[in-house]
Design a protein around this ligand. Structure first.
Ligand SMILES: [Fe+2]
Length: 315
């Protein structure tokens, strides 16, 4: 086998100056990542979700990123993140952030949000073979949601488990890490361990996904969402959280977590899938505007926008 390379990025979320909030650093950081990726010239690019800052609210953010990624000179295969659709489901309000922020219940992903993403980027789950590697990806936010899309996903997943692995390696991509430390850790309690809950997948979907990865001969499962690079192994599978290009989070959660901004470069050969973190050669810290978190609709002030025409409720 002739060695070849692919790149995986996550959490680009550049935002838009038409939005109620915008940080120009994040688009500059993406442009820096893009320049470095173009210099490497990989055969394909994977994106582990959060392509947008508020694509769940603004279709134009999805469309702008679709145009951006379509302009690259190699194929791009991606899955949505929670900022592109909506969050994983909870049946409890979650964090009490105050009157200007959504509750977690209000952030539960909907069919409309999933279909909006699919109408711009295509199928919510996919699988293809390329030069000895099977690549599969899926909108993991449907897991444990009970939405009609979840039933469709599990039907597709069963078909994948029946396929023979007539390739050397199988790489899966998703947005949420399947687990934080061990697959048998508890489903985290949204009220007592909010960030653990926010950054992982609950049971029973977690165990079912692990069975899927085992049944399909997964070698590498890539996710994003945390904005901190980390590798864990379970059942002989490498689970890797890909670094963000936009901004770092949770740097103090693990002694072996790496909050460096950058992306992963993988070299495929008969010796294996060798990965290395490529740091951004330059990062930006520029002033922006607007609130963080998940602002409630009444707290989205589009009069702050540097460019007008971004309020989806404007007539
Ligand atoms: Fe995310």
């Amino acid at each position: 086998m002739q060695p070849w390379q692919f790149v995986c990025v996550a959490d680009i979320q550049p935002g838009s100056p038409k939005s109620f909030r915008y940080n120009p650093s994040w688009i500059k950081n993406w442009q820096q990542a893009k320049e470095q990726i173009l210099g490497i010239s990989p055969e394909l690019l994977l994106v582990c979700g959060d392509l947008t800052r508020d694509g769940s609210i603004h279709r134009y953010e999805l469309e702008e990123m679709h145009a951006e990624l379509s302009s690259l000179p190699f194929p791009v295969h991606l899955v949505p993140g929670n900022m592109d659709t909506g969050n994983k489901h909870t049946d409890r309000p979650g964090l009490h952030r105050g009157p200007d922020q959504c509750t977690d219940l209000e952030l539960n992903v909907t069919s409309e949000q999933l279909q909006q993403f699919a109408s711009v980027f295509g199928p919510l789950w996919w699988s293809f073979d390329y030069k000895g590697v099977r690549f599969s990806g899926f909108a993991d936010v449907v897991v444990n949601s009970g939405l009609p899309e979840e039933a469709e996903f599990w039907r597709w997943a069963e078909e994948q488990a029946k396929r023979s692995k007539d390739v050397l390696y199988h790489v899966w991509i998703m947005h949420y890490p399947l687990f934080l430390d061990r697959p048998d850790e508890p489903s985290w309690d949204i009220e007592r361990h909010y960030y653990e809950w926010y950054f992982s997948i609950d049971q029973p979907g977690r165990a079912r996904l692990l069975d899927l990865f085992k049944a399909t001969g997964a070698d590498l499962v890539l996710s994003g969402h945390v904005h901190c690079h980390r590798v864990r192994y379970a059942e002989g599978i490498r689970f890797e959280i890909v670094p963000a290009t936009s901004f770092a989070q949770w740097a103090d959660r693990w002694p072996d977590g790496d909050p460096t901004l950058g992306f992963m470069l993988y070299t495929v050969s008969e010796r294996g899938l060798e990965g290395s973190l490529i740091p951004l050669a330059r990062t930006y810290d520029l002033p922006g505007y607007g609130p963080g978190g998940h602002p409630a609709p009444h707290a989205r002030d589009y009069s702050l926008a540097w460019e007008k025409g971004g309020d989806p409720n404007e007539v």
